[in-house]
Write a protein that binds this ligand. Structure first.
Ligand SMILES: C[S@@+](CC[C@H](N)C(=O)[O-])C[C@H]1O[C@@H](n2cnc3c(N)ncnc32)[C@H](O)[C@@H]1O
Length: 219
């Protein structure tokens, strides 16, 4: 049986619902910095590039936004999950952090063109279908100033255990209890590079977890 656009839209709604429900179960923001060696590299490079305004895509409860704000950047974080944004707002207020946190779908963002000097996106793209990834990257390109910077961590996913069915573009849609509705797609290096066709790729590294760490600059 073929998958209709209506089915695909419904599946996407289910995926957004998964994130909302998942974050509803979290009672405290994830304040501890994850042990990711590239975190300090992000702020070091943003400083070097003399960036001021940064957008954090899929910010969760805000650890990366709040971390970056400590270095003097003006940060906006966006996540679809209202409960995550609420946790982040409380944390930001307690820490007096200069961050604006917004609940929205990354595919619906309405920031004006050229709003940000840099955009970061940590472990988020994997939750979009390939057609949506293209839409997102067009938006990223538009929201960046001329020669603006992008950093992304793209995880190697989809090989672990789990029950799921596949969409025509190989996106997994999970059916097991823990991840009911969540979409996950593995992006090949070639696909990632295609998403950056309007950017100069500055580095394209792989870390010990197999994640791709990409720095790029808007052409
Ligand atoms: C794997 S988590 C990563 C969170 C955070 N960037 C980090 O490094 O911990 C993926 C995040 O993307 C958010 N997300 C998923 N789909 C989204 C969408 N369509 N729009 C906005 N946020 C989304 C989820 O709510 C979740 O917080």
């Amino acid at each position: 049986m073929s998958t209709t656009q209506q089915d695909i839209d419904k599946i996407y709604e289910g995926n957004l619902k998964f994130w909302d429900e998942a974050w509803k179960r979290v009672t405290k923001p994830h304040k501890e910095l994850p042990k990711l060696p590239y975190i300090h590299e992000i702020t070091r490079k943003l400083k070097k590039y003399q960036v001021k305004k940064v957008l954090d895509l899929g910010c969760g409860s805000g650890w990366l936004s709040i971390f970056m704000s400590k270095y003097g950047f003006d940060i906006t974080g966006v996540d679809i999950a209202g409960p995550a944004i609420e946790l982040g707002k409380t944390w930001a207020q307690e820490d007096n952090a200069n961050v604006t946190l917004v609940a929205d779908d990354l595919l619906n963002l309405s920031f004006a063109d050229s709003s940000f000097d840099a955009i970061v996106c940590n472990s988020v793209l994997e939750h979009f279908r390939s057609d949506q990834a293209k839409v997102l990257f067009d938006k990223i390109h538009k929201m960046l100033v001329d020669k603006g910077f992008f950093f992304g961590c793209f995880d190697a996913v989809g090989t672990g255990k789990g029950e799921y069915f596949e969409l025509p573009d190989s996106t997994h849609v999970y059916t097991d209890l823990m991840r009911q509705g969540m979409m996950l797609r593995n992006y090949t290096d070639q696909e990632l590079k295609e998403l950056f066709s309007n950017f100069d790729i500055l580095s394209f590294d792989k870390n010990s977890y197999g994640s791709r760490l990409v720095w790029a600059r808007k052409k």
